[in-house]
Design a protein around this ligand. Structure first.
Ligand code: ASP
Length: 348
C-alpha cells in the first residue's frame, strides 16, 4: 500500500564496488549481497522515507553489464512506477554511463527521478565515497517542487557532489572520487551544504502523459577510433562483419578524418549497404562540425551522420535503441540528428 505522507524510493542494487568486499585469499574485490551493503549505512534508517530494495541475484561487476539487463531494469522500474517517488540504481562505475544513456532512451517521457550511483571504494571501507553518494542520491530521488512534481524527472548519475544528466556523462577517472564528468552539458545539481539544483537545465516532461517503457535493443554496433596509421584491411574487415548495422566513428577534433581515398570509399560503400555511420569526436569535449574542414566535409559526402556532441556511451546506446525498433536506415539517420532525450546540443 502507498503511504502518501512519506517520500518513497526504490533502491535497485545491480552490483559494483559499492557493495563489494575483499577476498582475504586473493585480495581481489568480489560482489557481496545487499544486506551487507545496508548494514554499513545505518544512516538510511534516519531518513523519514519508505525505502524498498530490489537486488540483482547475483550482483554483477558492471563490466558484465549487457543490454538484456538494461531491459530488466526498465521492467523493474515500470512494474514499480506508480508505487515510488523515485528510483536509485546502485551500479558499478565502469559501465554506469552506458546504462544511464540506454535508460534515458528506454524510459520515454520519464516523469520520476532515476538516479544511478556507486562508489570507488566499497561501502565497508573507512574512507568510502559510497555512503555520501548513496545518501545524497536517495535525497535527490525523493526531492519535489512545492507543487509535488519531482525536482529531477530524468535519468541521472550522481557522483562526488555532482548530479549529471545520464546520457551526457562519461567516466573520466579510474582512481579519484570524482570519477564522472558531463563535458558538454552543465551539471543538474551540486551537493554541498545544500543541494543546489540548476532548474533551467533540468528537463520538464509532460506530467499528464504516462511514461512509456521500451525493451528492444539491437547491439549490432561497433565503435572505431581513428589513429594515424590505421590500416584499410582492418577497416574493411570490420565494416564487412555479417550483421553489422551501425558504426560509431571516433574522429579527430571537430569531426575530421585522414584524406585517404580508401577510407572514404569504405565508408561510402558501408553507407550504401545500409550501415549507419555516426561521427563523434575522440576529444573529451566539443562538437562535430563536418563542414568546418575539408577533412570533415569528405565524411559528410561519404554519407556519415553527425553525432554532434554525443558521448561515445550515448551514441552507441542510442543506435542500439533505434536499431532495436527496426527503423529504416533513413529514419535512424534522421533520429541520430535529432535530440530525443536531451543527449545532444543541436543549437551549437
Ligand atoms: N569494476 C567495478 C564495476 O564497475 C568498478 C566500480 O564499481 O567502480 O562494477
Amino acid at each position: 500500500m502507498r503511504h502518501e505522507s512519506y517520500p518513497s524510493v526504490l533502491l535497485i542494487y545491480t552490483g559494483g564496488t559499492i557493495g563489494m568486499i575483499e577476498n582475504p585469499e586473493t585480495g581481489a574485490l568480489e560482489n557481496f549481497n545487499f544486506d551487507h551493503l545496508l548494514q554499513h549505512v545505518p544512516e538510511l534508517k534516519r531518513f523519514n522515507y519508505r525505502i524498498s530494495s530490489y537486488q540483482f541475484n547475483p550482483p554483477i561487476d558492471s563490466s558484465d553489464m549487457e543490454p538484456p539487463m538494461w531491459a530488466k531494469i526498465v521492467k523493474i522500474i515500470n512494474y514499480n512506477y506508480d508505487y515510488f517517488d523515485g528510483f536509485v540504481i546502485l551500479h558499478g562505475t565502469d559501465t554506469m554511463a552506458y546504462t544511464a544513456s540506454a535508460l534515458s532512451f528506454m524510459l520515454e517521457n520519464l516523469t520520476k527521478p532515476v538516479i544511478l550511483t556507486g562508489s570507488q571504494l566499497p561501502i565497508g571501507t573507512l574512507r568510502t565515497d559510497g555512503k555520501e553518494n548513496l545518501i545524497t542520491a536517495i535525497e535527490i530521488a525523493a526531492a519535489k517542487h512545492p507543487d509535488g512534481t519531482p525536482m529531477v524527472p530524468e535519468v541521472c548519475i550522481f557522483f562526488e557532489n555532482s548530479l549529471m544528466r545520464g546520457n551526457r556523462t562519461t567516466k573520466i577517472n579510474a582512481e579519484n572520487f570524482n570519477a564522472f564528468r558531463s563535458p558538454n552539458y552543465p551539471n543538474l545539481a551540486t551537493a554541498g551544504i545544500h543541494i543546489r539544483y540548476s532548474e533551467h537545465h533540468i528537463h520538464r516532461p509532460d506530467f499528464t502523459q504516462p511514461m512509456k517503457p521500451h525493451y528492444l535493443l539491437d547491439p549490432n554496433v561497433v565503435m572505431i577510433t581513428l589513429f594515424p596509421g590505421i590500416q584499410e584491411a582492418i577497416i574493411d574487415s570490420v565494416l564487412h562483419v555479417p550483421g553489422l548495422k551501425a558504426v560509431v566513428l571516433k574522429t579527430y577534433g571537430s569531426g575530421n578524418a585522414p584524406q585517404k581515398p580508401w577510407l572514404i570509399r569504405q565508408l561510402s560503400e558501408a553507407s550504401e549497404r545500409g550501415i549507419v555511420v555516426v561521427n563523434i569526436t575522440q576529444c573529451q569535449s566539443g562538437v562535430v562540425e563536418m563542414g568546418r574542414y575539408e577533412t570533415g566535409l569528405q565524411l559528410l559526402q561519404a554519407g556519415v551522420v553527425s553525432g554532434y556532441d554525443s558521448t561515445p556511451e550515448c551514441a552507441v546506446t542510442k543506435l542500439m535503441f533505434l536499431l532495436g525498433h527496426g527503423l529504416s536506415q533513413k529514419e535512424i539517420r534522421h533520429r541520430m540528428n535529432s535530440d530525443i532525450a536531451g543527449e545532444i546540443s543541436k543549437e551549437l
